[in-house]
Write a new protein. Structure first.
Length: 272
């Protein structure tokens, strides 16, 4: 079975369909999060990815935009002017789609590689990363009153500690797995930096460049950082190449690391 890892779709189903025409023997996909929002086909994208997962043809991770959709649908976060979520919120199968989205994991491990949407904190091992992702997953699927979604947002705590408990522990995990780009020398998250690494505040480094990163011996594939674009290192691959901003949609063939890209029409102007 040939598996491809796909960068952030963000509601750009047509771009994904065009990309699949150039992928040899594509049997299965791993989507690294941000399935919806900003693009014009969020509902169709969500339905398509769900059908692939339901048929055993895909794994789909949760990204920050997917969590935003869940929070908006639960009434705990307002929509933004740039959101393109109304078609999902008004769909007849809304409840089924949202329940499925809640059930998606925040991290995945196979073939010796770790997959996340955004990043992994320096102190985390692969085992701890997967365990924390499962803790968040359980909190989401067992949250009928949306209490966790209501407490999920916020930048604190910025630094991981094994002593963290409750919503602080879960929020720290969510922020790392779905929002992280750069960290300071002590491993604290800077969640406000969204630009290229070269423009990060003095002393901050990409999460994957921290010298004490416990997962350095494990290949990690991620998305999220469209400003940085394609990242290809021996042990880290970043696949968000800004499809929704008129960039490219990128696929990684898991077996041999081959990359495939497709130019994408702009759905929204690039953020400042």
């Amino acid at each position: 079975m040939v598996t491809y890892v796909i960068g952030d779709l963000q509601g750009c189903l047509s771009s994904f369909r065009r990309l699949t025409t150039q992928l040899p023997a594509a049997d299965r996909y791993i989507f690294v999060g941000d399935l919806v929002n900003r693009g014009f086909e969020s509902l169709a994208t969500l339905r398509h990815v769900k059908s692939r997962v339901d048929n055993g043809q895909a794994v789909a991770l949760l990204g920050n935009h997917d969590l935003h959709l869940l929070a908006v649908a639960a009434g705990v976060r307002p929509q933004k002017d740039t959101d393109t979520l109304d078609d999902i919120l008004e769909a007849p199968d809304r409840a089924e789609l949202l329940a499925w989205l809640r059930s998606c994991p925040l991290a995945h491990f196979e073939e010796g590689a770790l997959f996340v949407h955004a990043g992994v904190l320096p102190a985390w091992t692969v085992e701890l990363t997967l365990s924390l992702a499962d803790e968040v997953h359980q909190a989401l699927v067992n949250d009928p009153s949306n209490a966790f979604l209501s407490e999920m947002y916020g930048d604190e705590p910025r630094r991981w500690s094994d002593a963290l408990r409750g919503n602080d522990r879960l929020r720290c995990a969510v922020n790392a797995l779905t929002r992280l780009r750069v960290v300071s020398a002590d491993g604290s998250m800077n969640l406000q930096h969204k630009d290229k690494l070269a423009k990060a505040p003095r002393g901050d480094v990409a999460w994957f460049d921290h010298p004490d990163r416990a997962t350095r011996g494990t290949p990690i594939v991620f998305g999220h950082w469209s400003a940085e674009g394609l990242v290809t290192r021996s042990n880290v691959i970043g696949l968000d190449t800004g499809c929704v901003w008129g960039g490219k949609l990128t696929a990684l063939r898991l077996a041999d690391g081959a990359l495939f890209q497709r130019d994408c029409p702009m759905s929204q102007p690039q953020e400042a």
